[in-house]
Design a protein around this ligand. Structure first.
Ligand SMILES: [Fe+2]
Length: 278
């Protein structure tokens, strides 16, 4: 019997890294950090440790590629990106095997923060990270389309935006014969589907997401990996199989129990292959 080669993808999301601090006190953090962290302990070491454990779990699962789908940091401050980069470098995983995309939290300090991080502490990861729409991270049996869907907004909103030109860029790639026979995987922070309540969609949803939903329904080899909701999602988009997958939040992991989603690329499709630590 012929052996089939399986490509494994590990999906980590919502790290919400804090700046490294020796103290565990809440008082040292800015109003902004305290506001967006309501309900979560402000423990920088614990968050770094959770991220470290999730990367170790991804490595142990023999993942060929790891995606981290946004909210890498709590407010996108330089010190938070530096802390994230330190944990990534310490994991000793080839940066070519990691795809990073930003989330709404990464843009709260400045819309320039992501660009700054990719030119600075995250430079080693820039070639496979979200930069311009339509960028392809081609890994042979699977190709990734990392997307930056962040927008400028106050801390009281948590929306994302898929611009018309970004959606067109995805469509162009999906129409490209070079990608027809293998999974083409959009990696974006926000889920493509809308919240049921319009007001909540405005506050927290992905503007322009309907366009991505219709692309997912039209192209059987197109998939979306997202975070943002902090819980596991397998969304069926017509055709009887899940085409949008959401990962749980690393920041919400119980210490020492990382939850990393796995997918296998098999026979030209992508399928969920369980959760490490669940
Ligand atoms: Fe998040």
């Amino acid at each position: 019997m012929q052996e089939t080669t399986v490509t494994r993808i590990a999906h980590v999301s919502d790290v919400h890294m804090l700046a490294s601090r020796p103290s565990r006190s809440r008082a040292g953090y800015s109003m902004g950090v305290r506001f967006v962290s309501i309900g979560r302990p402000l423990d920088a070491q614990a968050r770094a440790r959770k991220f470290q454990l999730s990367l170790a779990a991804a490595k142990r699962s023999h993942a060929d590629h790891i995606v981290v789908s946004g909210d890498l940091t709590e407010i996108g401050s330089p010190a938070e990106f530096e802390a994230l980069a330190e944990t990534l470098h310490d994991a000793r995983i080839d940066p070519e095997r990691i795809t990073l995309v930003p989330g709404n939290h990464d843009a709260y300090t400045s819309m320039e923060a992501w660009k700054w991080a990719l030119a600075g502490p995250l430079a080693a990861y820039a070639s496979s990270a979200a930069t311009v729409p339509g960028k392809v991270v081609d890994r042979g049996s699977v190709a990734f389309l990392p997307l930056d869907v962040t927008r400028s907004q106050p801390l009281t909103r948590s929306a994302g935006e898929l611009t018309a030109s970004a959606a067109e860029a995805v469509e162009r790639r999906a129409n490209d014969a070079a990608f027809r026979q293998r999974p083409l995987v959009v990696v974006a922070h926000h889920p493509p589907f809308a919240h049921a309540v319009g007001a909540w969609q405005w506050i927290d949803g992905l503007a322009g997401g309907a366009r991505l939903m219709s692309l997912l329904a039209s192209f059987t080899n197109l998939y979306a990996l997202h975070g943002h909701l902090h819980y596991v999602v397998d969304k069926i988009v017509q055709l009887g199989r899940a085409h949008a997958f959401g990962a749980p939040a690393i920041v919400d992991d119980k210490e020492d129990r990382p939850r990393v989603r796995l997918y296998d690329v098999r026979d030209g499709g992508l399928e969920a292959a369980g959760i490490v630590g669940a």
